[in-house]
Design a protein around this ligand. Structure first.
Ligand SMILES: NC(=O)c1ccc[n+]([C@@H]2O[C@H](COP(=O)([O-])OP(=O)(O)OC[C@H]3O[C@@H](n4cnc5c(N)ncnc54)[C@H](O)[C@@H]3O)[C@@H](O)[C@H]2O)c1
Length: 264
């Protein structure tokens, strides 16, 4: 892929310690951005920050931040702006997946997934937007949504996760309208089944090969996504190349959402 010329802009990414967030940080680093990488895992953010510098980032700051905690999110944006100036781009990406049937789900699991996936995106956008607005930055916000926000996953037991992702999709459309007058674009990336920790967290190791083979058969493009697949879409949304795109969902799922789940 042709990498956009050194932009030197500041990009803040949550959930950057692994998976799609880490891949997006490295993609931004390769085009010469300054990256503030946030994650709840201190070891993981330190690693991503170090890798970002090696990849070519003009600057990289690893910040431990739980996106559920407003004080931590506020402090992380303050530290990023102090070091690198206000963000041009924010990738609100941190998320978790807790499966289970609704009638069996403890309230604490429901609360935890809502706080991380939906409140965490709200807090990231809230403080990111404040820094952009305060500095008159005509920037770009991208949120991690999911096919599960559009259709129920055929395997089931995904009510809580899907509810958070549907909420993110609604929030993205509303923010796109609210911040368009300021020149700030807000979009969603919709990764399909992507090979990350989250993909396999709820799957027994012994079942993974069979599940991978089944996914290869069922995904129209015949393979699982790699973290770099949605990361490339995010990179485009976090650039001037997409400057007439707001309120959209960039689906990067190998064709999953385009396909009916019944075969006749
Ligand atoms: N992997 C997929 O198949 C897939 C599909 C669709 C959407 N997504 C979405 O993409 C996003 C990234 O997922 P991924 O697949 O890269 O997963 P991942 O588990 O590899 O990465 C998620 C990162 O978020 C961090 N995190 C978790 N809770 C946090 C918190 N409270 N505060 C800060 N950081 C926290 C984790 O430490 C981890 O580094 C998620 O929002 C997920 O819902 C993933």
């Amino acid at each position: 892929m042709k990498i956009e010329a050194n932009s030197g802009r500041t990009i803040v990414i949550t959930g950057a310690g692994s998976g799609i967030g880490r891949a997006a940080a490295l993609a931004c680093a390769r085009r010469g951005d300054k990256v503030a990488v946030l994650d709840i895992s201190s070891q993981a953010v330190a690693q991503t920050a170090a890798e970002s510098l090696v990849a070519g980032a003009e600057g990289a700051l690893g910040l431990v931040c739980d996106v559920c905690d407003e004080a931590q999110v506020e402090a992380a944006f303050a530290r990023s702006s102090d070091a690198f100036g206000p963000p041009y781009g924010v990738f609100a990406n941190a998320g978790i997946d807790i499966g289970g049937l609704i009638h069996e789900m403890p309230l604490e699991n429901w609360d935890r997934i809502l706080r991380t996936n939906l409140t965490g995106i709200f807090l990231t956008c809230k403080h990111g937007l404040r820094h952009m607005l305060g500095a008159n930055v005509r920037g770009s916000v991208v949120c991690s949504a999911s096919p599960a926000g559009f259709v129920a996953q055929a395997a089931g037991s995904c009510g809580a996760y899907s509810a958070t992702k549907g909420g993110i999709s609604s929030l993205v459309r509303c923010m796109a309208i609210d911040y368009a007058p300021f020149g700030i674009r807000v979009n969603a990336v919709v990764p399909g089944a992507t090979e990350t920790g989250m993909m396999w967290n709820n799957v027994e190791p012994a079942q993974r090969d069979a599940m991978r083979a089944q996914l290869y058969r069922e995904i129209p493009l015949g393979r699982l996504g790699q973290p770099e697949d949605p990361a490339r879409a995010v990179l485009w949304l976090l650039s001037d190349q997409s400057d007439y795109v707001t309120g959209s969902h960039l689906v990067c799922d190998g064709g999953i959402l385009a396909k009916s789940s019944i075969s006749v």
